[in-house]
Design a protein around this ligand. Structure first.
Ligand SMILES: Cc1ncc(COP(=O)(O)O)c(C=O)c1O
Length: 375
């Protein structure tokens, strides 16, 4: 049974296809996206594949999910002093991207999905709110449709962070295909990976243009064209968040493998539930709740206990059996308590709404990472 559990879903499928992609770049001696000795334009190819797979008009490959978040917030118009709402359970990258723009994080409570609680959102919105980051945590979609409806009424942009839920579905749409701007990560422990990497997705041409400039030092460069000249050459603030041709060539076969990885996870998820059923029955654990008309990517099995007592007893039993459980309530880079402690130490401005509600959900849930492939 223990062999069913373990992370790194995409990495388990790395093989000759990725090697061949990288070898092509080495042979072309052109690892940079905009020019080379014999440029293969793999980054453009990757962007086209991402547009298709995630059903978006525009895809911009970037160097990480964190870079994608920073780019998304800037492109949504977030500037110094604006407020950005994020859920109390996410990843420190979501917080850091807000702070990097000198914006003010407003930490909102989560619901049973471990995503932002749509019902609590209105209380967090003020005249200063510019964007909402909503995160599909641990392989399960959050209540994003409801969140988008509320955001629209207040003229606020929704940034969908699908880093932990690539392959999930929301009313038939892929995760990454729903927010005003969506971001995905291709870091090592993601559904597909090139070690580092990310993508910004949108249907809005103006947002895409702003993102393209931000990820390339404020310029609007194209592969094969000369660098822009003249006083208008720099359009906006920007950093270097470009993805290399090496990583793009590595990711192209990974995109092709998404369905294979998902099928592996689905099968092993079923087996994991079957083998854990006796423990679940003994301690009254149930599979984590989801929003109607959504499906997970099965990379995580989330189990909820009815009370703190049964949760603690179940954790003890599972640890005795050598099962690699992770407590959702662990105080680490995913948890608002860790962020608040850091911001308090450094004197950052932030707001925290209903922390007890978030803790109520987090402290009764555990996860097991599902192996995508059993060798
Ligand atoms: C929810 C979430 N958002 C953003 C990121 C940031 O991605 P990266 O590590 O590629 O910067 C991660 C993970 O790494 C994540 O889990």
């Amino acid at each position: 049974m223990k062999n069913l559990f373990g992370g790194y879903p995409g990495a388990r499928y790395i093989g000759t296809e990725e090697l061949s992609g990288v070898t092509d770049i080495v042979n072309s001696r052109s690892p940079y996206r905009f020019y080379g000795l014999d440029l293969l334009k793999r980054t453009e190819e990757l962007e086209a594949l991402c547009s298709k797979r995630f059903m978006r008009g525009y895809a911009l490959a970037v160097s990480s999910g964190t870079a994608a978040l920073h780019t998304a917030l800037y492109s949504a118009g977030v500037r110094s002093g604006d407020e950005v709402i994020l859920p109390g359970y996410a990843w420190s990258a979501d917080l850091m991207a807000i702070l990097a723009l000198s914006a003010v994080p407003v930490i909102a409570p989560i619901d049973k999905t471990l995503g932002l609680d749509a019902d609590a959102l209105v209380d967090c919105i003020t005249k200063k709110t510019k964007a909402i980051i909503t995160v599909h945590m641990r392989g399960v979609p959050c209540d994003i449709i409801q969140i988008i409806n509320i955001a629209k009424k207040h003229g606020v942009k929704v940034i969908e962070d699908g880093a932990q839920c690539i392959g999930g579905l929301i009313s038939g749409e892929p995760v990454g295909g729903v927010g005003d701007i969506s971001v995905l990560s291709f870091q090592f422990n993601k559904l597909i990976t090139s070690g580092e990497g990310g993508v910004v997705l949108t249907n809005d041409a103006e947002i895409y243009e702003r993102a393209r400039a931000f990820h390339d030092l404020g310029m609007l460069r194209m592969a094969g064209n000369a660098d822009p000249e003249g006083l208008e050459g720099i359009k906006s603030l920007g950093l270097n968040y470009r993805l290399s041709e090496l990583q793009s060539a590595f990711l192209i076969p990974q995109i092709d493998k998404i369905d294979m990885v998902l099928a592996g996870l689905r099968g092993n998820f079923r087996l994991a539930v079957e083998s854990l059923r006796p423990i679940m029955d003994e301690f009254g654990l149930s599979i984590r709740d989801m929003i109607r008309d959504t499906s997970p990517n099965h990379a995580f099995l989330g189990l909820t206990a009815e009370s703190k007592g049964s949760f603690d007893a179940a954790c003890m039993k599972m640890k005795d059996l050598g099962l690699p459980i992770q407590k959702a309530g662990r105080i680490d880079g995913h948890h608002f308590r860790t962020w608040a402690a850091f911001m308090d130490r450094e004197g950052w401005e932030y707001r925290l709404h209903k922390p007890e509600q978030s803790e109520e959900f987090l402290n009764r849930m555990m996860f097991l990472e599902i192996k995508s492939r059993i060798e």
